[in-house]
Ligand binder design. Structure first.
Ligand code: PHB
Ligand code: FE
Length: 325
């Protein structure tokens, strides 16, 4: 594939850079992000844009589709990425205003990182809940590279197994979040047989999650072959509409999340799922979804990370749902 030009230039009015890749251009002012492509243009509130961009960058384009809203988004081909406008929006498709270009990941990743860094002002943390961060708006002032480049925690086996991410405590800078003040902090009692002290391990997942300062950012706490346990703490709105390329399971560990589930291709509404503590749901591989969490809650996302799944689903070799009733 021919490499497409990526450029940036400073916009004198507000101090931000404008970016272009292929035939897409991105610019921002005090309140909005503007996206142009040959057949159309789009505007988003810049706080929502940055929250979505932050996830796309931090998750390296994630599984399947990251819709920033119902127009703009990326689709991951694991090595290449489609950047699209209106592709999964029936009205844009019918009006032939949709546009899509494919980039090698090495090319679009640095552009997205630069845009996230340049457009994030001092005091705004796109990973934080709106109640726990400053504003994204205004003309350019400072940056928050410390926040936007933070890495998500990834265990090799399971948190607490020797050699893996240490448990978090007040002492190493991870205080209990204001909304989880009631979460018990005691650790499980372990009684391994002599000789197995390094192999039988346990930790208090609720206590661990109560110390997460980010929202809508699954961390990997246990890995068993392709099975990833990715719990996360949620407050306000999932900043992206995720278009799945595989089935994923949700286990609501605390409180409540409402999910809007839409057809992956057209955006037509398919379901509203209200999940309360203890509820389990499987999200099909042909939908997109966005969650609403009125109070900070804990959610376990269970993923099968196998690289073969998207192809098997696309070819109809495996179903888009885990169970047929
Ligand atoms: C998802 O799209 O499945 C997803 C992403 C981030 C979360 C939770 C769920 O925090
Ligand atoms: Fe998802």
């Amino acid at each position: 594939m021919a490499t497409k030009i990526a450029t940036r230039e400073t916009d004198e009015r507000f101090g931000y850079q404008s970016f272009s890749i292929g035939e897409f251009t991105f610019s921002r002012d005090e309140y909005f992000a503007y996206i142009h492509w040959p057949t159309g243009q789009h505007v988003m509130s810049v706080d929502a844009f940055l929250r979505a961009l932050q996830r796309d960058v931090a998750w390296d384009f994630f599984y399947g589709i990251v819709n920033f809203d119902n127009v703009l988004g990326t689709m991951n081909h694991y090595g290449k990425v489609d950047l699209f406008a209106g592709r999964f929006n029936e009205a844009y498709r019918k009006a032939e205003l949709d546009h899509q270009e494919t980039f090698v990941t090495e090319q679009i990743r640095p552009l997205f990182k630069s845009m996230l860094s340049d457009w994030t002002n001092e005091g705004f943390d796109p990973f934080a809940s709106p109640a726990e961060t400053g504003t994204a708006f205004g003309s350019k002032h400072g940056n928050n590279d410390e926040a936007v480049t933070r890495r998500r925690v990834t265990a090799e086996r399971m948190v607490a197994v020797p050699g893996d991410e240490a448990l978090r405590t007040d002492d190493n800078g991870h205080p209990i979040n204001r909304q989880f003040a009631d979460v018990a902090q005691d650790e499980p009692e372990l009684h391994p047989a002599p000789g197995y002290e390094n192999e039988v391990c346990g930790f208090n997942l609720f206590a661990y999650l109560s110390r997460s300062q980010v929202t809508w950012n699954p961390s990997v706490v246990a890995v068993c072959k392709e099975s990833l346990y990715c719990p996360t703490t949620e407050e306000y709105i999932l900043p992206i509409m995720h278009g799945n390329d595989r089935v994923e399971w949700f286990i609501q560990l605390s409180d409540e999340i409402t999910w809007d589930v839409e057809d992956r291709e057209t955006g037509a509404k398919r379901a509203k799922v209200v999940m309360r503590a203890g509820d389990v749901a499987a999200m099909p591989a042909d939908i997109r979804h966005q969650g609403y969490s009125p109070k900070r809650s804990m959610l376990l996302v269970w993923e099968n990370a196998s690289g073969d799944i998207p192809e098997m689903i696309a070819q109809g070799k495996i179903p888009t749902v885990p169970v047929t009733f």
